[in-house]
Design a protein around this ligand. Structure first.
Ligand SMILES: Cc1ncc(COP(=O)(O)O)c(C=O)c1O
Length: 482
């Protein structure tokens, strides 16, 4: 095959280069699973326009140097920050094959096997999570897009003309969620032309959960004022604390008030696989968004939307075009969401179910929850730290004991200092700072099944030591408990 993009390389030469690249990529992946791999390297400069291209044979070596210390790794068992993706080797192999295949899964006409695979894995995910009534869904890059697609369907179910005619002349729309709802929901409201102000805070004293009574009052008041209640967005696993909205009560209200019940389960929906009551509650939702790259150990850009009525997605997104004149399948992914060009995300999910299997996925989920609860207990009985929120799922929020008596700005600065010192030095560990009830607290998230109790113990001991140090700086010695 003559390739004018990379001339002078026959199949044998290319095969050798690709095999070397696969070896090096594998070594990189293996290294990033070890503790303490968080690097600070700079990306290599892009070549100038007139510069001679690098020979392909030298690329893998250059990438190895460039990426070795490039970015902190979510696969590092000492990375407890954000909600990282750990990835898994089955998915990595599948991604290599998906990249080699390079198919376009917009439609079954373009990628019959890829689209069939996508439908099969969506059904499998739904069954795994007990969301048995899913009639369809969509793989997306992440939950921001999955949530946007769900809210588009919710909007069009209530206002069937909105997609065509816009919202001019319609009553202001309302979407209800807790104060802890993810920012992507407000952004979705904005993208959909509903306006960010459509998103209404339905939590009361407790900012992490929708208050059903308050919600009911808001819906009634909104109707009385001529506004249009549209949807409830219940979060399963808020980004800050892992809190779960009261789904059963929300489902009753949604039915009574004819509101679309959407679950943003980006992080937490995976827990339905090990918590049957959560699965039963979640199954009442009209739609569920989740990130398999958060909760189910897949690599990045593995988001998913499950819907009770796939027809609702088609109602919002189906299109015809002169450039697609041949008959198409109405269930094609491009008819169910806003993306046209899309790769073969399904293969890595298929490989994960094939090689890891449901039992080990469940065991890994349980392990992550156990780590979180172990840390919570250790913190709760520490003289230097205290829990800052109930531990739900595998997120632990904690603060320096005694810091609540300090002014907010001062306490915030101490927590940020703690975070900085934690990430410093040879035993670097990473946590996140989140604002909870108006004050910064530290958050550890456990989504890495390779993290062991020993690493969590290490984190706890380091945090206790830092707590003593930073509270000492302020002249507020840590309180002594008997
Ligand atoms: C609760 C929740 N919803 C939505 C998102 C957005 O998901 P993504 O980053 O995959 O777009 C996140 C991301 O952390 C999240 O935690």
């Amino acid at each position: 095959v003559h390739d004018p993009l990379l001339p002078g390389l026959d199949d044998a030469a290319l095969a050798a280069i690709l095999a070397d690249a696969a070896d090096r990529a594998a070594a990189l992946w293996l290294a990033r699973r070890r503790p303490g791999q968080a690097g600070t390297g700079e990306p290599a400069a892009l070549p100038g326009p007139g510069e001679a291209p690098l020979p392909l044979a030298a690329l893998a070596a250059e990438l190895t140097g460039m990426l070795a210390a490039a970015t902190p790794s979510g696969a590092d068992p000492l990375d407890f920050a954000h909600i990282p993706s750990t990835g898994n080797a089955a998915a990595l192999v599948a991604d290599w094959f998906a990249a080699a295949l390079n198919v376009q899964t917009a439609s079954a006409a373009l990628a019959p096997h890829g689209v069939a695979l996508e439908r099969a894995v969506i059904a499998r995910i739904a069954a795994f999570l007990g969301y048995g009534q899913a009639t369809g869904g969509l793989l997306t890059g992440g939950s921001s897009l999955a949530n946007l697609v769900a809210l588009t369907a919710a909007r069009d179910a209530a206002l069937p003309e909105a997609g065509r005619a816009g919202l001019a002349g319609t009553a202001p729309v309302r979407i209800y969620a807790s104060r802890a709802v993810h920012a992507c929901i407000g952004r979705a409201a904005s993208v959909l032309g509903l306006g960010r102000q459509a998103l209404v805070d339905a939590s009361a004293q407790d900012p992490d959960h929708i208050d059903p009574e308050k919600l009911q009052g808001l819906v009634q008041a909104d109707r009385a004022a001529g506004r249009r209640p549209l949807a409830i967005v219940a979060t399963v696993g808020t980004a800050a604390t892992g809190a779960i909205d009261p789904l059963d009560e929300l489902a009753v209200i949604a039915r009574q008030e004819r509101l679309w019940l959407h679950v943003d389960g980006a992080f937490g929906a995976a827990a339905a696989a090990i918590e049957p009551p959560l699965a039963t509650a979640m199954a009442q939702a009209d739609s569920v968004a989740l990130d398999l790259h958060k909760g189910l150990f897949l690599p990045y850009e593995t988001g998913c939307l499950l819907v009770r009525d796939a027809g609702a997605l088609a109602a919002s997104f189906a299109f015809t075009a002169d450039y697609l004149a041949a008959p198409e399948d109405a269930r094609d992914p491009m008819q169910l969401g806003p993306e046209l060009s899309r790769g073969l995300r399904a293969l890595r999910i298929w490989a994960t179910f094939r090689c890891i299997g449901e039992a080990r996925l469940r065991a890994a989920l349980c392990h992550c929850m156990d780590l979180a609860h172990w840390l919570h207990e250790a913190v709760a009985s520490s003289a230097l730290l205290e829990a800052a929120a109930p531990t739900r799922l595998s997120i632990v929020c904690l603060r320096l004991r005694g810091s609540r008596e300090l002014a907010t700005a001062h306490a915030d600065a101490l927590h940020l200092e703690c975070l900085r010192r934690l990430a410093d030095g040879s035993a670097a560990m990473r946590m996140s700072a989140v604002r909870h009830a108006g004050r910064i607290v530290l958050r550890a998230c456990f989504v890495n099944p390779r993290t062991r109790r020993a690493e969590v113990q290490q984190l706890f001991e380091r945090l206790e030591s830092l707590a003593g140090d930073v509270m000492g700086i302020t002249g507020h010695p840590p309180p002594v408990t008997s």
